[in-house]
Design a protein around this ligand. Structure first.
Ligand code: GRF
Length: 205
């Protein structure tokens, strides 16, 4: 158990309900983690709503948009610099809809939340793809981020049943209820107790 709270920087692209769950959890000192900064990759109304959640509780926000940089590598460095300004122990990608480059991943430990049971249905349309495949059970996965698309070692998963009349929106909303709880639990455990990885198996002591 650490003495000082674990510093989290959260990456978002949208509504930020997972961010909100982390902000709410971190109000309790026993949670063991605080959100020190939030970074978005876009400044459209969706992401602005997410950023507003941080601003409402006095957490610093930044927008680092790829279109302002000559190439992916330059964006990756700038994103890393914005994150580094808040000195994180752990970066949480919570609905951040972009791949993180090698420069970024060399600098930080990153955990991501994904709305499907990996390794099924990686990528940006996981809920749609799972429905189109006809699965009867889906769910969410919290995993460490490596250089691939949702390929990093799995920390935790939770299942959610698919109902016959589900559409992408209804299923995603039900997954998100479970996902927020799982993310808060897992990040809290990692923050308080640390973690190790052996042969893709993640252990939290
Ligand atoms: C989550 O389901 C996340 O897994 C997916 O996008 C959603 C983000 O939701 N990649 P929010 O912005 O945290 O509300």
């Amino acid at each position: 158990m650490r003495n000082s709270p674990c510093r989290l920087v959260v990456l978002i692209s949208g509504a930020g309900t997972n961010l909100q769950a982390l902000l709410d959890a971190s109000r309790d000192p026993a949670y063991g983690a605080v959100v020190t900064g939030v970074v978005a990759d876009r400044a459209d109304p969706d992401a602005v709503a997410g950023l507003g959640r941080a601003e409402a509780v006095g957490v610093a926000t930044h927008v680092v948009e790829p279109r302002h940089f000559p190439d992916r590598g330059a964006w990756d460095v700038a994103l890393g610099d914005a994150v580094a300004a808040h000195d994180p122990d752990l970066v949480v990608s919570a609905g951040f809809m972009r791949l993180l480059g090698p420069t970024f991943l060399d600098r930080f430990a990153v955990v991501n939340t994904h709305p499907a049971l990996l390794p099924s249905f990686p990528g940006a349309h996981a809920v749609r793809d799972a429905l189109a495949y006809g699965v009867r059970v889906s769910g969410c996965t919290v995993h460490l981020v490596d250089g691939g698309v949702d390929t990093g070692p799995i920390v935790a998963q939770a299942s959610v049943p698919v109902w016959p009349d589900d559409d992408e929106r209804s299923l995603h909303e039900r997954i998100k209820v479970v996902e927020r709880r799982l993310l808060v639990d897992v990040v809290g455990q990692m923050a308080r107790d640390g973690w190790s990885v052996t042969d893709r198996k993640v252990s939290i002591p």
